[in-house]
Ligand binder design. Structure first.
Ligand SMILES: NC(=O)c1ccc[n+]([C@@H]2O[C@H](COP(=O)([O-])OP(=O)(O)OC[C@H]3O[C@@H](n4cnc5c(N)ncnc54)[C@H](OP(=O)(O)O)[C@@H]3O)[C@@H](O)[C@H]2O)c1
Length: 364
């Protein structure tokens, strides 16, 4: 059955969250051909309304049965919900674009950044994964280096906004700022320490190897999407008191020599990447300016003097984590699936027993 020409029944799972609301907004902005839009969240929100993209819509509880008749579902309700409900949705013929960590590293699940590997959508078996937001803004830039002078090693340190944690973290930063101004104690519930006026080198849980899970996502997801399973890459992920947009300081050791000028040209040629790099005018990517936009901004491009023979690059990458880092890329994947006729009912793609796989390890 071709899906190319007809409006689709679309579900947003986690529709009351910051990413879910952004998904609704982006679907409308990009005029995705939605015939019917179903908003799903936990039982706590069933019957409540969400206002987005100029409409007010009622939320239903996300249950396995709720996915009957849905063509495509954009999941953004956390790893546990995705692990439980995405296979249920897929088994009912729904194609899932999942924004959580549940399925990204499963070999049979495509992990897609829209301008890097959209073709991987062809081999989906019901679930397609959207990368972590820190990975998302880095891969298109690294792709430009991979395809020209080659990559030997990458070191990335992230400066991540609180919206990456969700709605509660946005409220916590706001309340801690107010408490500070009022001279009151800053109460921390979401993070282990106050985030206001602070810098926390801890995102997600610590793993046995000393990295955090967020850092390890950057390592493993970049390798998978770039098709470089042995890529030498390391990350330190840091939470900072910014509301929206993640920033990253990136150091790349290249295989062949490259000048900053050539790197800027290569970056600018990647769809969705904007080079903003005029230090003399204090012009470089900023979190506040990237917020609300879909582009990935790159600046401060220079030779890394710690690496000889012009084989080192250092640069700064900023993007809105709720848009390109989550919602926009998910909608772009949905557009590709629709345009290329890859939204297939279960009968046309076979059914994989996702529940039987060792997905519990996917969170590590
Ligand atoms: N924020 C980002 O920048 C970002 C980027 C990439 C990926 N992600 C991923 O996106 C997901 C959501 O993030 P967020 O920032 O939007 O979080 P959030 O603001 O805390 O929203 C969480 C959403 O999940 C829903 N939910 C919770 N438990 C549920 C359940 N048992 N059944 C159905 N729905 C349930 C919530 O519904 P209720 O209101 O009913 O509780 C809410 O809609 C996470 O997996 C996160 O890792 C986030």
């Amino acid at each position: 059955m071709s899906t190319h020409s007809q409006p689709l029944t679309v579900a947003v799972v986690g529709a009351t969250g910051v990413v879910g609301r952004t998904m609704i907004q982006v679907l409308a902005e990009r005029q995705f051909p939605v015939g019917e839009l179903r908003l799903l969240a936990s039982g706590r929100s069933a019957g409540s309304t969400v206002s987005a993209a100029g409409r007010t819509m009622t939320v239903e509880e996300a249950t396995p049965e709720a996915f009957a008749g849905i063509d495509i579902a954009l999941f953004s309700a956390g790893t546990d919900v995705s692990r439980q409900l995405a296979p249920e949705a897929a088994a009912r013929g729904c194609t899932v674009v999942d924004n959580s960590n549940a399925w990204r590293m499963e070999p049979h699940v495509p992990l897609i950044v829209s301008q890097v590997n959209p073709g991987d959508g062809e081999w989906h078996e019901g679930i397609i994964a959207n990368p972590n937001c820190s990975t998302m803004q880095l891969v298109p830039v690294l792709m430009a280096i991979r395809d020209t002078v080659g990559i030997d090693r990458v070191v990335v340190d992230t400066y991540q906004s609180v919206s990456g944690t969700g709605a509660e973290a946005l409220a916590e930063l706001e309340s801690q700022i107010r408490a500070h101004v009022a001279g009151e104690p800053k109460v921390a519930n979401v993070y282990p320490h106050p985030i206001a006026f602070n810098v926390l080198p801890e995102i997600d849980v610590f793993l046995d190897n000393g990295y955090t899970r967020e850092e390890w996502k950057v390592v493993t997801e970049n390798r998978k999407i770039l098709g470089l399973p042995d890529l030498r890459i390391s990350c330190t992920a840091v939470r900072i008191p910014v509301f929206v947009s993640h920033s990253e300081a990136v150091h790349v050791e290249t295989r062949d020599a490259i000048t900053p000028e050539r790197a800027r040209r290569l970056f600018a040629a990647v769809p969705g990447v904007v080079v903003q790099d005029d230090p003399a005018e204090h012009d470089y990517p900023l979190a506040t300016e990237a917020a609300g936009h879909d582009e990935i901004y790159v600046g401060r491009v220079r030779s890394d003097v710690s690496i000889g023979d012009d084989r080192g690059l250092a640069f700064w990458v900023v993007s809105d984590n709720l848009r390109k880092g989550a919602a926009t890329n998910a909608v772009e994947i949905a557009e590709t699936l629709r345009d290329r006729d890859w939204i297939r009912p279960a009968s046309a793609r076979g059914t994989r027993p996702y529940q039987a796989l060792g997905v519990a390890e996917a969170t590590a």
